[in-house]
Write a protein that binds this ligand. Structure first.
Ligand SMILES: [Zn+2]
Length: 223
């Protein structure tokens, strides 16, 4: 098989790792976007920026979306090997991956969630008693047969806790760029975002802030 050098595709692939796929993400986060000299993508927790010249595809220009957040200063330069991140990730327990809910429309209220009731001449609307106002029923999520990282776990890097699913994106980025290390270049407050750098790619990541539950920490990377 032909081995591919670092092509533009790699950068597109990285951008697509970070686009917002969760329900709580805004619509503009579903695709990469450009702002001046960078192409960026975000899922609200993590944010990636790659130099525009690395990407051939045209992405929609959204000026000012990252204002006050990015670019951000490099306040330190702490190298961490990919191996250390991989070893930390190995400490994270695996759980069954679950499929998405399947939804069925409620027949009682025809999906509206509200039903009209009548008492004498008086009518009003109320939450449908069958679906409790949801308008639909959801099936339980079932295991897909695949194992994934326990999404409740965190890994400490320096002074901040990060969700393992976000760190998986960082790990994939380092691997896609065929690098063996990355740098922490900004971490001023444990509860504020940290900036990681891999070659010319930067990743800004919000810490995960569970309420003092130490059991959630799967591993620690001291720097
Ligand atoms: Zn209903």
């Amino acid at each position: 098989m032909e081995t591919k050098p670092n092509t533009d595709n790699v950068y597109e692939e990285i951008l697509n790792l970070f686009v917002g796929k969760r329900g709580d993400c805004n619509e503009w986060m579903e695709k990469p976007f450009t702002d001046l000299s960078k192409v960026m993508a975000t899922n609200k927790i993590s944010f990636v920026a790659v130099p525009k010249e690395r990407v051939e595809t045209h992405h929609i220009e959204l000026i000012g979306k990252t204002k006050g957040v990015y670019p951000c200063l490099h306040t330190c330069e702490k190298e961490i090997t990919l191996h250390r991140l991989q070893e930390a990730m190995k400490q994270v327990p695996l759980v069954d991956e679950l499929d998405n809910h399947k939804a069925y429309k409620c027949k009682e209220c025809n999906g509206f969630g509200q039903v009209e009731w009548q008492y004498g001449n008086y009518t009003d609307e109320d939450d449908c008693p069958k679906c409790n106002g949801d308008g639909e029923f959801k099936t339980d999520r079932k295991p897909t047969g695949k194992k994934v990282y326990d999404p409740s776990k965190v890994i400490i890097i320096g002074d901040s806790k990060f969700n393992v699913l976000e760190l998986e994106l960082l790990k994939k980025t380092i691997e896609l760029l065929k690098q063996d290390k990355f740098s922490l270049v900004n971490q001023t407050q444990p509860k504020q975002a940290s900036l990681f750098k891999i070659e010319d790619v930067e990743i800004l990541m919000m810490p995960f802030l569970p309420d003092g539950n130490v059991d959630l920490v799967a591993a620690t990377i001291k720097i």
